[in-house]
Design a protein around this ligand. Structure first.
Ligand SMILES: Nc1ncnc2c1ncn2[C@@H]1O[C@H](COP(=O)(O)OP(=O)(O)OP(=O)(O)O)[C@@H](O)[C@H]1O
Ligand SMILES: [Mg+2]
Length: 272
């Protein structure tokens, strides 16, 4: 994924709130949870946001010398107690096992650092303080990797969320032992109704325009955009990049249905 696509401000949608509640429940009750939804609806962004991963990840991955300002990062880690892991494509088993162990251990150390600041050495066996492991792109997990996750879950009691495309729940149902540990399944949906309009208003504003639902031209453009994108965040983003371009090239200042149709014809998604 490109930084450009992610660059826009995060919008705390209702779906994100639902995801957070779901993640809280998995974390609290220490289940395995499944989150599935179509490509581009915002699963990864929601999960990263929940784990405050944009804040915590650089520290956990680099693990370099400490600065006083790192206290904020420890606080963030202690606030979410979550670890976010994305397996690489065809991820070798050892990479997954070691990668997860490293992140969970380091997250535990950061949380401890927040809970007991200034103590030099913590002795004795401590239970790991991370409470939730979120694994994105769960389709990539091989059978041994799934077995390993079940083992981690059993041994450490950490809650696990597997994030993937619709259909992942069917695939996992073929692993009865893992599946029997699944406590919650969460369907991540695309934007609907008022919320879609809300997000569109923001996109309009980013282009320096104002959206007026009472204006027929705007209402028509909204209807076309809703139809073309189905409320999918990624498609919306792509559509608006092109809309911005077309408005600029043609010196236009209104998003009309014609503009939306012109954009649709240039996009791959227009064919659907
Ligand atoms: N809450 C949000 N606020 C702002 N933009 C968002 C939000 N959610 C998603 N987006 C936009 O949609 C894009 C796709 O989101 P994301 O990568 O999370 O989708 P996904 O469901 O994980 O897709 P995939 O199944 O393909 O991995 C993001 O890069 C971002 O541009
Ligand atoms: Mg994703």
């Amino acid at each position: 994924m490109t930084g450009g696509e992610r660059a826009g401000a995060f919008i705390a949608t209702k779906e994100h709130r639902r995801f957070s509640e779901f993640a809280d429940a998995v974390r609290q009750h220490r289940y395995i949870g499944l989150c599935f939804g179509a490509a581009g609806v915002g699963k990864t962004l929601s999960a990263r946001r929940y784990a405050k991963w944009d804040v915590v990840e650089p520290l956990l991955v680099e693990w370099g010398p400490r600065k006083p300002s790192d206290a904020q990062l420890y606080a963030a880690a202690a606030g979410t107690r979550s670890v976010f892991y994305t397996p690489t494509v065809c991820c070798p088993f050892r990479e997954l096992r070691d990668g997860i162990a490293l992140l969970v251990t380091r997250a535990g150390i950061c949380i401890d650092e927040h809970l007991h600041p200034g103590e030099f050495v913590r002795t004795g066996a401590m239970p790991n303080l991370a409470e939730l492991l979120i694994v994105d792109e769960a389709e990539r997990l091989s059978t041994p990797a799934l077995e390993h996750l079940r083992d981690v879950f059993d041994r450490t009691g950490i809650g696990v969320i597997l994030v993937g495309m619709p259909g992942i729940e069917k695939r996992l149902s073929r692993y009865p032992q893992l599946y029997s540990r699944v406590g919650f399944a969460h369907h991540y949906r695309s934007l609907q109704g008022d919320e879609l309009t809300f997000v569109l208003t923001r996109h309009w504003r980013q282009l320096g325009l104002a959206l007026d639902e009472a204006d027929f031209t705007d209402a028509q453009a909204i209807a076309s955009i809703a139809r073309i994108t189905g409320g999918n965040f990624r498609l919306l983003h792509r559509l608006f990049v092109q809309i911005g371009r077309i408005l600029k090239i043609n010196g236009l200042s209104v998003i009309t249905n014609d503009v939306v149709e012109a954009v649709r014809s240039t996009l791959v998604i227009g064919a659907t």
